[in-house]
Ligand binder design. Structure first.
Ligand SMILES: Nc1ncnc2c1ncn2[C@@H]1O[C@H](COP(=O)(O)OP(=O)(O)OP(=O)(O)O)[C@@H](O)[C@H]1O
Ligand SMILES: [Mg+2]
Length: 212
């Protein structure tokens, strides 16, 4: 049977990377084989593109260039890693995916959403994540957390207005697709965040076994 595709989304410093390991353990304790990956990146070529996107060498990159680079990395990621793993029956757990393109390049940079949809259809066909955890928190809290962690990357150097648009776009996606996208209050303590993540995943596992 084909594996499931789970993505974790949210703004800067929301706790995506922190919680991925926790999610992996939950999946493995259910007996699933897990492939762990991230966007932009996930493949050798994709990680090179990630450097172009997040580094400070190309600060003035045009918005369309940014979007196309992201979808190039995604095409490689799907062809070389995600699709083969799903077809093999593995579960794929990914730190950010296409919702981030709608939120950052659509919401943040104001690229026409229809363009993003066209690229999504081209690169993904009908493929969408089966489940998305959206870690939501006020922008300033996330930026403080991320700032305490490392030097800001090219996106983290954006201002509050940009990140507010990103957050609102994510919430809009969650409101439009409540079955797929589950919002987790990421401003809470890590313990509380993980309790909620576990609840969402347990419900997802139940739904899987009922549909078999
Ligand atoms: N619930 C929490 N409460 C307090 N601090 C947290 C919580 N979750 C994560 N952190 C801390 O916040 C910082 C950012 O977390 P993390 O790197 O996981 O965020 P991220 O969503 O992956 O960020 P980015 O978008 O930049 O990759 C880390 O130092 C982490 O330890
Ligand atoms: Mg991270």
């Amino acid at each position: 049977m084909r594996g499931k595709f789970i993505t974790v989304e949210g703004g800067e410093g929301a706790g995506k990377s922190t919680n991925l390991e926790f999610i992996r353990r939950l999946l493995e304790s259910e007996g699933y084989q897990v492939v762990f990956t991230r966007e932009p990146g996930g493949t050798t070529l994709g990680e090179d593109i990630r450097e172009l996107l997040l580094g400070h060498k190309h600060t003035g990159m045009a918005d369309d260039t940014e979007l196309l680079l992201i979808f190039s990395a995604r095409a490689e990621h799907l062809a070389r890693k995600i699709m083969p793993a799903l077809e093999f029956g593995k579960w794929v757990l990914c730190d950010r995916f296409t919702d981030a393109s709608y939120a950052y390049q659509g919401g943040g940079r104001r690229i026409d959403l229809e363009r993003i949809r066209q690229l999504e259809n081209w690169v993904q066909g009908g493929l969408k994540p089966d489940l998305t955890l959206l870690l939501d928190l006020p922008v300033d809290v996330g930026l403080t957390r991320a700032g305490a962690r490392s030097e800001p990357d090219r996106f983290e150097s954006e201002g509050m207005v940009f990140f507010d648009k990103v957050r609102n776009s994510y919430l809009k996606i969650a409101a439009a697709e409540p079955e797929r996208v589950k919002v987790v209050n990421a401003a809470a303590s890590l313990e509380e965040v993980q309790r909620r993540i576990e609840m969402v995943l347990k419900a997802f596992f139940r739904a899987q076994s009922e549909s078999q």
